[in-house]
Design a protein around this ligand. Sequence first.
Ligand code: SUG
Length: 448
Amino acid sequence: MKSFEVNFDGLVGPTHNYGGLSYGNVASQSNSQQASNPKEAALQGLAKMKVLMEMGFVQGVLAPQERPDVAALRRLGFAGTDAQVIEQAARQAMPLLVASCSASSMWVANAGTVSPSADTADGRVHFTAANLNCKYHRSIEHPTTSRVLGAMFADSKHFAHHAALPAVAQFGDEGAANHTRFCREYGEAGVEFFVFGRSAFDTRYPAPQKYPARQTLEASQAVARLHGLSDDGVVYAQQNPAVIDQGVFHNDVIAVGNGEVLFYHEDAFLDTERVLAELRDKLARCGGNFQAVCVPRALVTVDDAVRSYLFNSQLLTRADGTMMLIVPEECRKNERVWQYLQGLTAAAGVIREVKVFDLKQSMQNGGGPACLRLRVALNETELVAVNPGVIMTAPLYDTLTQWVEKHYRDSLRESDLADPQLLLECRTALDELTQILKLGAVYPFQIN
Ligand code: SUG
């Protein structure tokens, strides 16, 4: 049976703004308070989806969330009408209003962890929504994420959904940003690679000194258990705490994998030799031939990686079996990175092509091409069972582009977030979107 890696990209929401909310994420911190352009952000994301679809990849779309999250503000003690809740929050606790307005659900690599049916004990595709509990503005995403994923992958014969892990730091879970799957074919059993930043219960693992390690070993292990993965099909690795302290807040900022290939920076992991050997071994047992492409620090520094997002690229398999990297424009602007990429493709190894996209609006908050997509490996039968409304087509692209043009602002500053009109604009847009994508009622304003 044929199988596919389907990329579901997060559609940027109407409140995309630069809130400076993510300590440890260099771009989010340094672009705080700048004016954003939500319309441009959404169109940049849609353009990437369209190009990949036109290249023959199956492309999907994941809906944004209702913001400001008035219900979250009510839980923090603000009361009255929705407009009064927003006005009070703006007056008394602006940082809470900013957090409740974040469009951060666009980075769907953090929506959850997905295990394909070939890896799981019950032969279904398993999803665990990420609790994202390291940052308040992200911790409020998972209930809606679960409803949206449930509406996209509704058939319980093929799809199993797990609620987010307990929302405490010990089970900090950032979803697929710290999870990679290696395999020979997408439809065959593979090896799931979980990268964690620290252990919550075992003091033998070192932790970063400056920035938070968002993912714990215990969270990764819980997800592997929930999904029914076998010990032979799982490898755990600790992220190098020194790179977290340099701004590598997720593993997908320093490594990316696909098929039999891991593309990673020399400083990405602790105990790298053991990790690579285990990956090689376990993939061999699935009939695969593991290939590691290491980027040496002498050519590209960790700082270059953080600024250019070289590793936050999408590594995609082309029809001839070789691979292509989808990188952000910032890679072309960094001389060392660009030179490295020229050398990489000229060497005619497994990675043969580099394609550049302008995703500046998202990049300024620390979200590159890989952050914007959630990968779901599906066989033909499973693909047919996915809600067809969320699979990208040329007409859907046109409809979504018109929808963005109609509903999105082209400038948003912190002071604009206090405008209750923004909530109404967002709800009007999302109500229409749920009809376009055939999601049914998934937002709090639609179900309460
Ligand atoms: O969680 N930025 C996101 C970026 C997520 C990137 N995702 C992956 N690497 N997979 C984060 O730090 C910034 C929001 C702000 O500051 O307005 C933010 O949430």
